[in-house]
Design a protein around this ligand. Structure first.
Ligand code: ZN
Length: 269
């Protein structure tokens, strides 16, 4: 028997054995890697981490991920690390169960299921941010709806739902630490850009990293401005649905401008 034939034979035997065995408890733990991600995507993901710090959206906590360019059933996110410290070497690959494909002893963010379940629910989404963006928190806790006060936050016009973890799981430590909680959050997000998490923070999505980062930044700014406008005591006028539609279309074509600026600053350190 030639080496090649023998190898084929052995492989076939292993396959037959695999069929005879009960299915592994979690097939994902044995998932093969989708292969190396695009270097530009990794660089953008590192930049996104630092930009979100620079813009006051994340601090020592919070995370950002990107869907893998080679496999829609995989996404990329740093190991458990403060966003400011993330480098390319810290980026890990995850499957849509939120399990690392090859952890090599590295620890994962507890709330990685926010990302995995949103990617599962929203095929068009290619980047997800989870943050504890400070100005946004009061809108998750008071019942006052977050609404687009100006053109930069027109993407809020579809409504910003508030997800209350208590409705899904009673009293918890507030963390989305299971796939079931991630699913409940993704359901609350629906087709929108942002979902607030009562007493915790927000999840923000985009069709790419620049959009998810842009939306995270301007959700924070809008929340700050809206609170200021409401404190002035007059009647606050928000963008109409049609204004928001037009503004989003216009601004959408210029995302590259702030992105390039933010990225250059973030990577120059
Ligand atoms: Zn969190």
């Amino acid at each position: 028997m030639s080496d090649v034939t023998r190898r084929r034979f052995v492989t076939g035997g292993a396959l037959a054995l695999a069929w005879a065995l009960p299915a592994p408890r979690r097939a994902s733990a044995q998932s093969a890697s989708a292969g190396p991600a695009n270097a530009q995507l990794i660089e953008d993901l590192v930049a996104a981490n630092r930009i979100l710090v620079d813009q006051g959206v994340v601090d020592g906590y919070g995370h950002v991920s990107a869907r893998h360019d080679r496999d829609p059933n995989r996404f990329l996110m740093s190991r458990s690390l403060a966003p400011e410290l993330v480098t390319a070497a810290d980026i890990m690959e995850y499957d849509l169960d939120g399990e690392p494909v090859n952890s090599r002893g590295r620890t994962s963010y507890l709330e990685r299921f926010i990302h995995s379940e949103i990617y599962r629910a929203r095929p068009e989404i290619r980047a997800v941010v989870h943050n504890h963006s400070p100005s946004v928190i009061p809108f998750g806790a008071t019942g006052v709806p977050l609404r687009p006060l100006y053109h930069m936050s027109a993407f809020l016009a579809d409504g910003v739902p508030v997800w209350d973890i208590r409705a899904a799981a009673g009293d918890t430590d507030m963390l989305v630490r299971t796939p079931a909680l991630g699913r409940a959050l993704a359901q609350a997000l629906g087709t929108r850009a942002v979902v607030l998490m009562r007493g915790h923070g927000a999840a923000v999505v985009g069709t790419g990293l620049p959009q998810a980062v842009f939306r995270s930044v301007y959700t924070e700014v809008n929340a700050r401005l809206q609170a200021q406008a409401m404190a002035l005591g007059g009647t606050v006028t928000y963008l109409s649905a049609e204004e928001a539609r037009r503004a989003e279309a216009s601004i959408g074509g210029t995302l590259g401008r702030p992105w390039e600026l933010w990225k250059r600053k973030a990577l120059s350190r």
